[in-house]
Design a protein around this ligand. Sequence first.
Ligand code: HEC
Ligand code: HEC
Length: 204
Amino acid sequence: MKVKITLIATSLLTSVAFSNLVLADGEKLFQDNVNACWSCHGKDAKTPVLPIYPSLANQKKEYISAQMKDIKSGKRKNGHSVAMQSFMGLLDDKQIDEIAAWIASTAPAKTATAAPKAKEALTGGAKLFQEKTCWSCHGKDAKTPILPIYPNLTGLSKEYILNQMKDIKSGKRANGQSAAMKGVMGLVDDKQIEEIATWLATLK
Ligand code: HEC
Ligand code: HEC
């Protein structure tokens, strides 16, 4: 009898430990109903419920993880960040890193980038992106940032891009490395911001 009880207890413990192990997986944390990431960003991390919410799938692990930590701590509080902050309290740094690693692993396969056109051949937002030095941090194709902690700008909606540019310009978004970009935002007015956002939103 004693042996039997021990056996049951052991198998219970094992299954609890096992389910924790499964739960520790970044994808499980993203898809569960407690953290509810999927309910705003989409099950595939790239179909947000509102155009003003970001797609996450094109970003590097380092950037995702840094933004999650800043939204959790309140360092990033621009736009709709507060909607997300209330869901972040249950996650520790290790779990945040695990989720970030999973999201980064869903990144679409790299597509070949067409050779950049000569500056003179570019128009509208594409031209401004090169002229106003955006490319120097985000890459000529807007998806090869010079540091993994800098964002990829492809796969995002116009609404989201527009808001972030305006918030970084005004200082409403001041977390992380935003200061690096703020200086450059003095070079673009609202009309130019709109033109750049319109162009960026066409990039996948
Ligand atoms: C209630 C909706 C909601 C939930 C739940 C939510 N988020 Fe967010 N998330 C947002 C919004 C809105 C933003 C953009 C904030 C802004 O307006 O600047 C954001 C921003 C982000 C960013 C920064 C993206 C970028 O390009 O800068 C990351 C990364 C992120 N969320 C990951 C997650 C993960 C992982 C979870 C689950 C642990 C989660 N979010 C849960 C709404 C949500
Ligand atoms: C000196 C480097 C630098 C330059 C130049 C720069 N950026 Fe950025 N940009 C950044 C960094 C760093 C961030 C992320 C800030 C953070 O750490 O939260 C960012 C964030 C963004 C975001 C928000 C992305 C997201 O997922 O939330 C957009 C959109 C953007 N930049 C567009 C532009 C455009 C357009 C230009 C040119 C007018 C530009 N940037 C110039 C460094 C730069």
